[in-house]
Design a protein around this ligand. Structure first.
Ligand code: GLA
Length: 394
């Protein structure tokens, strides 16, 4: 998408926003009417524990979707989409304060890097040299490095600028991760654009360059619950995955290296299935994941944007298509979520499997898996990846 940046804190259509109730003091309003002029409104969200100011951008899309996004981790804090009757609900998991994200955070709504997903034993060898990463996750008592380490991109305050192009609004995020950051080689310069289009598409464009060869696998860890945040489990959501194959894992959720057909297994989502329909099947992979927490190899391996997943919830009619240029997708159905995690709603907690993530990416542990597509970025090359979350109703 061509970019034209508009500078300033309050951008196009803020007057209209105030009149129609597109925004409130608490953020985006569920009552926002369809057809509002697109706008970006910036205001303070809070401070990190080390005193960094965190800004919130409210993107109001011309098609009716509204997103509150913060520059801390590029996190989508709130995401309002219309249901079949046009009523808007916040359908993503998050926290109302920076402290919420700093104390307990299952990567809600966040940008993830340098390497999304797991690297076995926190080690990889590249061009003859072995690198050691922080061990921040131990599924099945097997330590690994997850989602970029102790301080991944989810915990950075990114440099951010509002964007506007035609009827689309967005945010440009940039960050420089220094050489050796979390054990990874090379200075990595990362740019991520979020766009919200009049067609209710949230488009994410990732780019990165490095000065030394290094693994890169960027993603977004938004959680969906189409009935609304803190409105029960997602087991009744119907999922389609455009993937005939998946990568089985060991008990540490590290791929074995095999790529196996899903046909005839509970991992076959090539036609729509309720997530809960087969989740308790007698299946070793489901036991390892505590449910679905696996990586599917997408049928599209062209590197061009193509459908990866679709999600539907029949009571609200909410429907989503995920399109990506990435070769794989992690489907995680919130097996680690509990009723001890507070929601954004006062006095209300989340629940086990209260949200699901569809994370477009390369397969986990790729730096140690010679048969998987490479995740190594070399100096002079540009890492590029695009994912679209296309919101609608059926
Ligand atoms: C990813 C992983 C899960 C879990 C979540 C965060 O989706 O695959 O196992 O760690 O992140 O809670």
């Amino acid at each position: 998408m061509k970019k034209r940046m508009i500078r300033g804190t309050v951008l196009a259509c803020v007057a209209a926003a105030a009149v129609t109730g597109c925004t409130t003091d608490k953020g985006a309003s569920a009552e926002m009417s369809k057809g509002c002029e697109p706008s970006v409104v910036v205001k303070p969200f809070g401070k990190t524990k080390d005193g960094q100011l965190v800004q919130q951008y409210t993107l109001t899309g011309a098609g009716g979707v509204v997103m509150d996004v913060i520059d801390y981790g590029g996190k989508v804090v709130r995401l309002y989409t219309p249901d079949r009757s046009g009523a808007k609900t916040d359908i993503t998991l998050g926290f109302n304060t920076v402290g919420g994200y700093e104390t307990q955070d299952p990567y809600f709504g966040s940008l993830i890097g340098r390497f999304g997903n797991r690297i076995a034993s926190g080690k990889f060898t590249l061009d003859g040299k072995t690198y050691t990463l922080p061990l921040n996750n131990t599924p099945g008592d097997m330590p690994c490095s997850l989602h970029g380490g102790d301080k991944g991109f989810n915990a950075y305050v990114w440099h951010s600028e509002p964007l506007s192009e035609g009827k689309s609004v967005g945010i440009k995020f940039t960050v420089t991760s220094p050489d050796g950051d979390q054990g990874y080689p090379g200075k990595l310069d990362v740019t991520v654009h979020y766009w919200l289009t009049p067609e209710n598409v949230w488009r994410i464009e990732y780019e990165a360059v490095t000065d030394k060869a290094t693994p890169v696998n960027l993603t977004q860890h938004l959680y969906f619950n189409f009935k609304g945040e803190a409105e029960g489990s997602i087991l009744d959501h119907e999922l389609t995955l455009f993937a005939d194959r998946m990568t089985p894992v060991n008990k540490g959720l590290i791929p074995t290296g095999q790529i196996v057909p899903v046909k005839g297994t509970p991992f076959d989502f090539t036609t729509p299935w309720a997530i809960g329909a087969r989740i308790n099947a007698d299946n070793e992979q489901l036991r390892f994941g505590g449910g679905y927490d696996h990586n599917w190899v997408l049928n599209n391996q062209s590197g061009k944007l193509a459908p990866a997943a679709a999600l539907y919830e029949k009571t609200t009619g909410r429907y989503l298509e995920v399109w990506t240029s990435e070769p794989a997708i992690q489907f995680y159905c919130g097996n680690f979520l509990t009723d001890q995690v507070p929601s954004k709603k006062p006095g209300k907690n989340l629940c086990y499997r209260g949200g699901l993530a569809l994370e477009t990416q390369h397969s986990p542990d790729s730096p140690n898996q010679p048969s998987f597509p490479s995740t190594i970025l070399r100096p002079g090359a540009v890492y590029k990846s695009v994912t679209e979350y296309r919101f609608g109703v059926k």
